[in-house]
Write a protein that binds this ligand. Structure first.
Ligand SMILES: [Zn+2]
Ligand SMILES: [Zn+2]
Length: 403
C-alpha cells in the first residue's frame, strides 16, 4: 500500500488527504455566463446588464507594487465598518500613511483607484436626517478587499516554520499494523472524545502518537515511530499564528470544511465548480509522484477521491472514507452509538473503517464502518457520490462483511 505519493503542495496518505493548487493553467478570460456581475457600493454602473470586466493581471499587481500602496490597502482594511464597507476620506488615508507629502501620497492613491479602490461621492442618509451622511471618500472594490485580506493573512509575505508538536492521536498505520485486524486504509482510534467509551482508549497509551511540523506554511503530520506521513496540507500564516495550543483542532476544522465544500462541488479557494472522481491508482496523479513509500504487504493500492476545481485548478485528494464523513448516514450512525464523528480529527477517524473496491468498470467502492456489531456500508460511485447505504447488525446477515 502506498502510504504517501507526494504531489505538489500536499496530500493525505492512504489515511489522509492532500491538496494542491496547480500552477494556473487558467488564463484571464472573458465570460458570458448567466451570473450577473455583482457590484457593491457606489459603483452604480448599469447592473441590469450582464457583463464581465477583465483587468490585466500584471497591471493589477503592479498597482500594489509599492509600500505606500500596500499600506493604504491595509489601513483601509482596518477601517472596515459594520456594514462591510470601508469609506475613508483622503485626509483619513493620508493621516494613516507614512507618506511624506500629500502630493506623493495622492500619486500612489490614484494608482489604486480602479482596480482596488473606488472613489465615491457624498451620500445622504436614507431617512434624510443626515445623521448617517457619509463624506466623499474611497471604498474597496471586491478585488481591493480580497487583496488587502490576502496581505493581512500573510499568505504572500510570511513564511512560517515551526518544530514538531506532539498530537494527542495515535498513528493510524502503527495501529493498523499492530491490530492487523483489517486492511482498512483508514486510521486509528480517537482519543479525547467525551462520548468515547473508556475501553476504546485503553490500549492507545501504548501506541506512538503523531507529530505535526510546519515548514513554509505547510503542515505535515507524521509518525515518529514508523516515519510515515499521514497528511500534508497548507495552513495560512494567520491561522498558524493565532490559535496557540488549539492549532491542531483549528487546522482540522479548517480542512474538514474545505473537504466538505469540495465534496459538494464548490471550490473553497475560488467558489468555482469542482469535478470529483475516484481514482483506484494511487500513482496516476500525473503531478509527479515521488513514488512515496510502498508497503509490501498490500498489493492493492487504496482508492482515493480526487477533487479538482475547474476554475483555479485547486486539487484535493483524500481516502474515500474522508470524503463521506459528512454523509447523514455516517453522522447518525455514530450519533446512535454516542459518538460525534466530527470530534475525530482527519488524521485519525477511527480503526474501524474499511474500504473495498468492488468494481473498477464502473468504479464502485464500498466503505464500511462498524460499532458494537452494528454495521454501516456506503457505496460510492466513480464521481465520489454515495449511491446507496446499508445498515444492519453484522451478526444478522452475511450481506455486509468486512474485507
Ligand atoms: Zn506509525
Ligand atoms: Zn477554485
Amino acid at each position: 500500500m502506498t502510504q504517501s505519493d507526494a504531489d505538489g503542495d500536499g496530500q493525505f496518505a492512504t489515511s489522509a488527504t492532500g491538496e494542491r493548487s496547480r500552477a494556473g493553467t487558467n488564463r484571464d478570460r472573458s465570460t458570458s455566463g448567466d451570473s450577473s456581475d455583482e457590484r457593491t457600493g457606489g459603483d452604480s454602473s448599469d447592473v441590469s446588464l450582464e457583463r464581465t470586466e477583465i483587468i490585466d493581471s500584471s497591471s493589477a499587481f503592479q498597482a500594489v507594487g509599492h509600500e505606500i500602496r500596500a499600506e493604504i490597502l491595509e489601513n483601509q482594511l482596518h477601517a472596515l465598518e459594520d456594514d462591510g464597507l470601508s469609506r475613508q476620506t483622503f485626509a483619513d488615508l493620508f493621516a494613516a500613511s507614512s507618506a511624506d507629502t500629500s502630493a506623493g501620497f495622492a500619486y500612489h492613491l490614484e494608482k489604486l483607484v480602479g482596480p482596488f479602490l473606488r472613489k465615491v461621492d457624498a451620500t445622504d442618509d436614507s431617512d434624510g436626517d443626515d445623521d448617517g451622511r457619509r463624506e466623499p471618500g474611497y471604498e474597496f472594490t471586491y478585488a481591493g478587499l480580497k487583496i488587502a485580506r490576502a496581505i493581512q493573512t500573510g499568505a504572500y509575505t510570511r513564511r512560517i516554520d515551526s518544530p514538531p508538536i506532539e498530537l494527542d492521536d495515535p498513528c493510524p498505520f502503527c495501529t493498523r499494523d499492530r491490530s492487523s485486524a483489517s486492511t482498512s486504509s483508514s486510521v486509528s482510534a480517537e482519543s479525547g472524545s467525551a462520548f468515547e467509551p473508556e475501553d476504546e482508549r485503553e490500549h492507545e497509551h501504548e501506541l506512538p502518537t503523531l507529530e505535526a511540523q510546519t515548514v513554509d506554511n505547510v503542515v505535515t503530520i507524521t509518525c515518529p515511530d514508523c516515519d510515515r506521513q499521514v497528511l500534508r496540507l497548507q495552513f495560512p500564516p494567520s491561522g498558524l499564528e493565532s490559535h496557540g495550543d488549539d492549532l491542531p483542532a483549528a487546522f482540522d476544522r479548517h480542512h474538514r470544511y474545505r473537504l466538505a465544500t469540495m465534496s459538494d462541488g464548490v471550490c473553497p479557494e475560488c467558489g468555482g465548480d469542482v469535478a470529483s472522481r475516484v481514482s483506484t491508482l494511487s500513482t496516476e496523479s500525473g503531478a509527479g509522484s515521488t513514488g512515496g513509500e510502498t508497503a509490501g504487504e498490500h498489493s492493492q493500492t487504496p482508492p482515493q477521491v480526487v477533487h479538482t476545481c475547474n476554475q483555479c485548478q485547486h486539487e484535493l485528494r483524500c481516502p474515500v472514507t474522508l470524503s463521506i464523513l459528512e454523509h447523514p448516514s455516517v453522522i447518525s450512525f455514530y450519533h446512535d452509538h454516542g459518538i460525534d464523528i466530527r470530534n475525530r480529527p482527519l488524521w485519525n477517524v477511527g480503526p474501524e473503517w474499511a474500504e473495498t473496491v468492488l468494481s473498477k468498470e464502473p468504479i464502485c467502492v464500498r466503505v464500511v464502518t462498524e460499532r458494537a456489531g452494528d454495521v454501516l456500508a456506503l457505496y460510492v460511485d466513480g464521481t465520489s457520490q454515495v449511491v446507496e447505504t446499508q445498515r444492519s447488525a453484522s451478526d444478522e446477515s452475511g450481506a455486509i462483511d468486512r474485507d
